[in-house]
Design a binder for this molecule. Sequence first.
Ligand code: SAH
Length: 361
Amino acid sequence: MADIGADPSLGDLSRAELGELLEGEPAYRLDQVWEGLYRQRRPLAEITNVPKSLRRAISELLPPALTLVRTQSADRGTTTKHLWSLRDGHLVESVLMRYRDRTTLCISSQAGCAMACSFCATGQVGFDRNLSVGEIVEQVLGTLQQASSTDRAARGGAINIVFMGMGEPLANYESVWAAVERFHADMGIGARHITVSTVGVIPGIERMAKARLPVNLAVSLHAANDRLRNRIAPINRTYPLRDLARALTDYRRAKRRRISLEWAMIGGVNDTDRDAAELAAYTRPLAAHVNLIPLNPTPGYSHEPSPAERIEHFAAELSSLGVNATVRRNRGTSIDAACGQLRADKLVSIRKGSARARAER
Ligand code: SAH
């Protein structure tokens, strides 16, 4: 069998690797298992056209990478957060968001994160480790399997996958890219429906520019001058704004895809007219789109989100400076599932829950 690392899970294997494992079985068995898993998006146990004994043998050899620990819902059931336990006990989260015409799945690429952005809950807890291909792929498969069987969008409908959960995807390039290829080739999800979000890890952006699939690139900018960005997104000290702009220009040229810049609106920190002017000057040559995200509360950051009127004004300011900007409506804040709130910490939520219960008494 090909070298796929120690104790692989089913999601770690490519089609060819599973094929090697099924040697001796009739050739159509591989098609049945693969189609069942990735096209029909069914759990192995439910791929009933494959003999039970074979299903059992596969699951014994390739046990699941993830165990579901907890599911929480918000926004009238349209936002669902799953907390998964990895085999070594680390925890990661993924979020499913249903819209009228599509389903967006926000997945994690690392347990924790080493980028240390001050306003992000994942950055505040620090880094545990990279996720394997299987741990990334199984977040998608597991989430879709959890979605109700009547939910056609989740089962067969249009899906967007965004690497906007925990971790920095371009600091775990190999696994992330293998997962992207799996989503594309085996699940039939188009490159336009896959988004990699990065804080600006330039070597990763350069590799993506050379890769075959033109996936969407989102960059978490949050500041358009080095002094402020060094402070709130410290990776900027390694990959400063000017170098980042060069890498983004190359990506846009290579892929002909519009880049998005993410900007958390932090009251009094990056929401002045001067910030808007700097952001506009940075964005215009890139012809990028700006997403403004009202800052979500996190345990380790005391700043407040910009007031709604300030955000509207900032967006209008950008528009008058020739930049397209939209304000992102936050989903899942009540269950800590919104941008920057994932920290996969059971204790925090339990404590918060009991604090809330006390307050209500
Ligand atoms: N490391 C990658 C992937 C994480 S994506 C990246 O930085 O892009 C998570 C998104 O939420 C990023 O755009 C991030 O900057 C943003 N974010 C982090 N903390 C936030 C907060 N407290 N409020 C709003 N957005 C936040």
